[in-house]
Design a protein around this ligand. Structure first.
Ligand code: NAI
Length: 282
């Protein structure tokens, strides 16, 4: 089986990035959103991202136009082409929302179609029980998708070798590096990254140093491109907290307990860049 027709559900930050990288490689992409306003805004953001690539001369104007012509706009799950070969879900990080989408798709999409989720922390095995577990897989792209080379490919409990190999090969066509990961909380990326960020927040909470100083140590001492607190603001403190909770509950291990300061800042709606204030002001 070769894959040519891809459906991406959700035209937010990740969905438009995923649609863009497939469209640039000449796949037929359908981008699905909830309503007309949302699909228009998704296409506007996707077009601006392609325009920035043209400006930076990473793609030509012809390539931009070709990519745009490879993307079809779809409103509503019921309008998805039932013969699509791969569905990549990139909607909100909410297990119930994701499961209800997969259940709905299961009832009418071709049984050979592979279902993938871009979830950053929800168990692939749990999501897959709603539908076709052997043809279900995690494709965890990194943000910003067009720039970041890594895709964590998460095998659920029942993901078949055939499904894994197809998705691995597809990732290579996108000129990205696939890493095979088993389905445990946080996969690899967030299991290592988030406890580091949480520890940086503990350093601030315990008064070990100020926010700027903590970030400086990690930037200049460890050669990280961005300090952990700046990165937390960029990711969103609500997202950081929810991933720490997934690790804490998933492993039942106190070493993953979220820092009380992180919880307090989320309660105060100081979520980082998106609310104008987190560990730093924007
Ligand atoms: P987002 O909030 O920017 O976008 C989600 C989009 O899904 C919204 O535009 C919404 O209208 C749409 N949507 C919701 N329900 C829908 C439905 N039934 N049909 C069609 N569209 C629907 O979210 P974002 O940041 O793009 O995240 C998406 C997924 O990717 C989440 O699971 C997240 O954990 C994961 N992820 C996010 C990363 C990030 O840096 N933002 C990095 C890696 C993974």
């Amino acid at each position: 089986m070769s894959i040519k027709n891809i459906t991406v559900i959700g035209g937010g930050t990740m969905g438009i990035g995923i649609a863009t990288v497939f469209a640039l490689k000449n796949f037929n992409v359908s981008l699905v959103e909830l309503d007309e306003m949302k699909i228009n805004s998704a296409i506007k953001n996707l077009t601006s991202s392609l325009d920035r690539m043209v400006k930076k001369e990473t793609i030509t104007l012809e390539k931009r136009n070709e990519a745009l012509s490879n993307i079809a706009q779809v409103i509503g799950l019921d309008k998805i082409d039932k013969n699509t070969e791969l569905i990549i879900e990139a909607v909100y990080e909410n297990k119930d929302v994701k499961i209800s989408i997969f259940k709905q798709l299961e009832s009418f999409v071709n049984p050979n179609c592979i279902f993938a989720s871009n979830t950053s922390s929800i168990s692939i095995t749990e999501l897959s029980t709603a539908c076709r577990p052997e043809k279900f897989i995690g494709m965890h792209f990194m943000n910003p998708v067009p720039l970041m080379k890594l895709v964590e490919i998460i095998r659920g409990y029942s993901t078949s070798d055939e499904t894994y190999n197809l998705i691995k090969d597809l990732t290579l066509i996108l000129e990205k590096t696939p890493v095979e990961v088993k389905d445990y909380p946080g996969f690899i990326s967030n299991r290592i990254l988030l406890p580091m960020i949480n520890e940086a927040i503990y350093c601030l909470y315990e008064g070990v140093a100020k926010a700027d100083e903590i970030d400086t140590v990690m930037k200049l001492g460890m050669n990280h491109p961005m300090g952990p607190l700046t990165l937390a603001d960029f990711i969103g403190l609500d997202v950081c907290l929810s991933i720490m909770e997934v690790l804490y509950n998933g492993f039942n291990d106190s070493k993953y307990r979220p820092c009380p300061l992180l919880k307090k800042m989320v309660a105060a709606n100081k979520l980082g860049r998106k609310t104008g204030e987190g560990f730093f002001k924007y």
